[in-house]
Design a protein. Sequence first.
Length: 202
Amino acid sequence: MAQRDFSNESIINLVLRTIRALRSRLRGRLLTYLQVFAPGSSKCFTIGIWPKIINSKAIFIRHNVSFGDLCRIECYSNDAYPVGNSAKITIGENSSFGDLTHIGAINHISIGKNLLCASKVLIIDHDHGMCSTADIRSLTKVHPRSRDLTSKGPIQIGDNVWIGEAAVILAGSNIGDGAVISANSIVRGHVPASTVYRSRDQ
């Protein structure tokens, strides 16, 4: 495994990075002590400042997972997709998420081990209401917040996947092991294992 070269980094920056890492680890330990996440979740993970977590008991986290700053991990419930007793979001071991990552589920999102996820990535398995032109016309007088959440299917992300900056993973997506999702891509549907995916309009 390649080692980082810190020879050109200032002492002050190294100290600040170390303090940030320690704070993230302490924050993870505190959430573990408070039993915030689903039963059986790992006791070893890190999380950055100001996370937003909704329905945390429906989130299952395995060993050595890390989240950057200002992340959102949210599980919502409605009549079609109640939270119940099972995890809606499962995250495999050694997975890493950059700053401003947003993961939102009403159905189910399964993330494999060793995921590398850049910053500003959106992984979401639902929409606000139906999205056909006819449905939108019928809801023009309904506030978007009042529209029911709907899902077109769960999201499955395999092992050893790399997701680039500002990518969007939508409902019903299935990303195979070892795939690379390029920056700013929008993923809908199947991405074969060991391939590089980029949106057609890039």
